[in-house]
Structure formats: C-alpha cells, structure tokens
Design a protein around this ligand. Structure first.
Ligand SMILES: C[S@@+](CC[C@H](N)C(=O)[O-])C[C@H]1O[C@@H](n2cnc3c(N)ncnc32)[C@H](O)[C@@H]1O
Length: 422
C-alpha cells in the first residue's frame, strides 16, 4: 500500500475526518516515528511546536503536582497517543539543578485515557502503548459530547494539534459544558485550535464562515503533491475572540467559573501549509530551512531564512492588529538572520550596528550569538556550525515567538490553557 495519502475520487474530493485519519493511521503516519528533516514528526514539530505546547502547560501541571502525585489526563482527539509522549517529556523548570529528574511528569505518574473517533487510531494507540498499564484508548465521537461522564474527574482535559478544530463552535461549546460539569476546580482544559489569521491561508482572513475546507497534503512529499488528488474536509478556523465567546457561553450556562491562564500563537511563520501554497499564499520554505537549523548534521542557506511579507501587505487593512504583530516578529527574526550573515561575512561594523540599534531583548540575543560565533574554537564539536550554531539560532527564533503574546490567532495553532476555578 502506498504510504501517501491519496484520494480515489475526483480532483477535489471531500472526505469525513474519521475516514481520513483511519487511512492515515493504516498507512503508518501515527507509529512511533523518530524526528527528521521532513515528515509528520520533523524537527520543527519536536523542538518548536511540541516545546510550545509543553511550556504553555508546564506551570499549570506544576501547580497540580503541588496537590497530588498522580495526574489523570484525558486526551481529546488523541490520535495514536501523541499527548502521552508530550506530557511525559516536559522539561523541568530548573535544568541546572542536580539530580536525575529530566521531566516534570514521569510515565507512571500519569493515568492517561485517549479518546478518538478513528478506530484505526485507537488500535494504533493501543499497539504503541501495549506495555503501559496506565494508558488506555477509547473510540468515541466528541461531536456527541464528553464520552467519559461516568468516570472520575480528570485533572487535565488535553488536546493537541488541532483535534478540537474538527468540531463546530456550537459542538465545542457543548463539549466544554460537559467538561465543566465533569471537572473539578483546579482542573485545566488545553486547546490547540487552528488559527484563523495564519499566513498559510490569507484567503480565509475575510471569510465569515467558521467551518472551511482543510487538508493535510503536507504529509505527501512535494514531488507527489501536484500529481495526487487532495482529500479535503471541513475544520473550524478560530480567533481568540471566538474562543472566549464560546468559553464564556459555556461557563455561564454551567454556572462554573473559568480563567484563561495563558494563550499563544504557535508556528507563525512555520505552519505546515506555508510550504504547500494551497490556500492563496505563495509556497515559502521557512520550515524546511529551520528543520536544517535544528539538524546537527546539516547546514542551511541562511539568506533563505529572511522573512519577506511584501506579498501579503494588503492584509494590513483586513486585520491591523494581527499585521502589526506579524511585522514585529518578522523584524526581530530578520535581525537575528542579518546578524548571522554579518558574522559569516566578517562584517564587524554591521554586527556592532545591529547590536546597538536593536531593542534590549533582541540585542542581548545578538550579543550572545556573536559571542558564540567568535568562540567557536572553544567548543570541541566536529562541526560547530551544524551542531551548535544552527540549533541555537533556531531556538532563539522559537523563543521570540513564545515570548510574544497573548494569542491573536496568527499562528497555525491557537494555544490556550483554561483553568476551572470554582
Ligand atoms: C490532526 S490529528 C491530531 C492527533 C493528536 N492529537 C496529535 O497530537 O497528533 C486530529 C485527530 O482528531 C481526531 N478527531 C477528528 N474528529 C473527531 C471527533 N469528532 N471526535 C473524536 N476525535 C476526532 C482524528 O481522528 C485525529 O486522530
């Protein structure tokens, strides 16, 4: 069977998400794949997107751990159990402290239930975690509400990588209402929805409809993408205002207080569809370049990392606040890339000028990178550029994204952590 997701019907065929994800699981996309330059679990997913999710939930989980040692988690739209991996690999807050502990939650500290509509995903999850007694999977359709109402409350009602974007706002509100009646004060709900104002889909910025066609054609290698028909299905594109409205309505109806702990835009320039150009944007390969930065064995062409937003300047009129955020991040990002270019070309006056004219937060990153580059000979690495400089640049670009918030819906993912307060 081909490993690529093809559509057997007409050019632009529509499919039910459950069928699509059944095929994806059967074709091997949800096994325990390791990271790489391309594919579902590329370096950007592991070292950028997963980290964004881990860091946004870390404080809340540390708070839960002050009250109990074991945490009950339900993963909504769990796929084959990616949430279990994520939650058991959250780095501790004090990495320099002594001791063996690397992660805030160990696998035996969590009791994990994954829920998914796709039978094949559930089967794959059971196979992936057959040796874990505290991990189980249930098949259920979240459009019908929260399926585990008769069970003990959970501490974390988790979701990742757009699972809940498969629900309409109305169905998500119903689901949240049931979660609010099920969960106890202190429990958290984690949303990772598709952001409406991502640069991946400028054609949707002006759309009034909430459910719009989407696909995962990025899983197909670029050379086959144009040849194979694409499978489309509808998902909800979210703004923070829509999410707040949905949560407010649910909490009023259930007479339960909730509080948004944190929100963030995940993958602003690196969304998977930046490379496909299937939603009205040109094909831009920033993700490919950043994957090379993270790779300890490859080098990238730094000039290809300069972000250019000229192609979408008219979006300023559509969403001025979002546009300002995008330009701010672009300026900071490009400052880092220009410094690296200046260092590589031995252009010391440009290095000094960038450091002196940049605001404090970025200037300290520039000083650090300059120090690192000029002290390369002190590091006993075989290929200093590939194994130290490149990954460090990627981490700084990522940390700038993590530091700008709250969310405006301008990343591929709209992350939000909500706590039930009473
Ligand atoms: C993009 S995948 C994300 C999977 C996983 N959470 C991860 O982090 O990789 C979306 C998942 O949502 C599931 N899903 C879609 N609609 C659903 C529904 N109505 N009820 C339950 N699961 C659903 C799909 O089967 C799929 O496994």
């Amino acid at each position: 069977m081909t490993r690529y997701l093809q559509c057997m019907g007409e050019d632009k065929c529509k499919i039910k998400p459950a069928e699509f994800f059944d095929i994806a699981a059967l074709q091997g996309f949800y096994g325990l794949e390791s990271s790489g330059l391309t594919g579902k679990k590329d370096f950007v997913r592991k070292y950028w997107e997963d980290i964004a999710i881990k860091l946004i939930v870390r404080g809340s989980i540390e708070k839960l751990l002050t009250k109990r040692d074991n945490i009950r988690v339900v993963d909504l739209g769990c796929g084959s159990g990616e949430g279990f991996e994520l939650l058991t690999h959250i780095p501790i807050s004090q990495p320099l402290s002594s001791g063996k502990q690397c992660f805030i939650l160990s696998p035996d500290q969590i009791s994990y239930t994954g829920v998914d509509i796709s039978g094949s995903m559930v089967q794959q999850g059971r196979k992936n975690y057959e040796n874990h007694k505290n991990v189980r999977f249930e098949q259920a359709d979240l459009n019908k509400g929260f399926p585990l109402m008769n069970e003990q409350p959970f501490d974390i009602y988790f979701s990742s990588y757009s699972s809940l974007s498969h629900l309409t706002p109305y169905k998500l509100q119903m689901l949240v209402e049931e979660i609010l009646s099920h969960g106890e004060p202190g429990a958290i709900i984690v949303f990772d929805l598709i952001g409406k104002y991502s640069l991946e889909w400028p054609k949707y910025w002006n759309e009034n409809r909430t459910m719009l066609p989407y696909n995962m054609a990025y899983l197909t290698p670029p050379e086959l993408r144009d040849k194979e028909p694409i499978q489309w299905y509808d998902v909800c594109f979210w703004t923070p205002a829509m999410l707040i409205q949905t949560l407010d309505a649910a909490s009023k109806k259930m007479e339960t207080c909730i509080q948004a702990v944190q929100s963030a835009d995940r993958s602003i320039f690196l969304g998977r569809h930046m490379e496909t150009g299937l939603f009205g944007a040109p094909r831009l390969n920033y993700r490919y370049q950043v994957n090379h930065l993270f790779d300890h064995e490859h080098r990238e062409e730094i000039e290809h990392l300069l972000i250019n937003l000229d192609w979408c300047a008219e979006l300023e009129k559509v969403q001025p606040e979002v546009w300002t955020r995008l330009c701010d991040y672009k300026d900071k990002w490009n400052c880092i890339i220009r410094l690296i270019e200046a260092l590589l070309h031995g252009n010391d006056s440009m290095v000094s000028s960038l450091i002196e004219t940049t605001p404090q937060d970025i200037s300290s990153e520039l000083k650090f990178l300059t120090w690192l580059y000029r002290n390369a000979h002190r590091f006993p690495a075989v290929d200093f550029w590939a194994s130290i400089m490149g990954p460090q640049i990627a981490v700084i670009l990522r940390n700038i994204e993590l530091s700008i918030g709250p969310a405006l819906g301008c990343g591929h993912g709209l992350l939000c952590v909500v706590e039930i307060t009473e």
